[in-house]
Design a protein around this ligand. Structure first.
Ligand SMILES: [Zn+2]
Length: 82
């Protein structure tokens, strides 16, 4: 199950897809709790539908990719969980 992430980024609040690498909070690479000076990002408990344009663009881009482009050593069997 995907856990969506809502982030207040300098006063702009959007809901995002999560990042799967663990380096960021969101697929569009927001930290969600960035401690760098001048960056004011906070993860909120409020979660709605994804309305981040970058996350939505990434989602639709990935849907255009083909499994046949993945090296066979990294392919997962059909129906396998991630
Ligand atoms: Zn996003």
């Amino acid at each position: 199950m995907t856990t969506l992430v809502t982030v207040d980024n300098n006063g702009e609040v959007f809901t995002h897809f999560p990042d799967l690498t663990g380096n960021y909070a969101t697929l569009c690479q927001l930290d969600g709790a960035d401690e760098n000076p001048g960056v004011n990002q906070v993860e909120l408990d409020v979660v709605g539908k994804v309305d981040c344009r970058d996350c939505i663009a990434l989602f639709y881009f990935v849907r255009l990719l083909r499994v046949s482009d993945i090296d066979k050593r990294h392919k997962r069997p059909k129906g396998a969980a991630q």
